[in-house]
Design a protein around this ligand. Structure first.
Ligand SMILES: [Zn+2]
Length: 111
């Protein structure tokens, strides 16, 4: 990568940062949703707990397809109304989203 394109990239990142809180993209192997391509999309944090996190990765990975290195998963792979513990709180007051303990993203819901 040349120096010029590198600084262009930095500029783009800064622009994104000023428009959005942070740039997020979906960790799902085939999913192209990002805060740029889908600005109104809800993104959920991939769990930090290793066991839970592994379950999420197991749910999205298939032979030849590994998850992207993102800390976020877009709402396309969830049924927010049912999968969020505090859906109405989040909807009404913008509370931090809490995913039901046993939920993991679904392979099929984006199709
Ligand atoms: Zn996605």
């Amino acid at each position: 990568m040349s120096h010029a394109s590198e600084s262009l990239h930095e500029g783009m990142k800064k622009e994104i940062k000023s428009n959005q809180e942070t740039y997020k993209y979906c960790f799902f192997p085939d999913c192209t949703n990002t805060t740029c391509t889908a600005p109104n999309k809800v993104f959920l944090n991939v769990p930090r707990d290793p066991a839970k996190r592994q379950r999420w990765f197991d749910a999205v990975e298939s032979p030849g397809k590994s998850a992207k290195k993102s800390k976020h998963c877009c709402a396309d792979h969830f049924d927010l109304e049912n999968d969020l513990e505090n859906f109405s709180e989040w909807r009404e007051r913008g509370a931090q989203k809490k995913i039901e303990k046993h939920r993991a993203p679904s392979q099929n819901s984006q199709l």
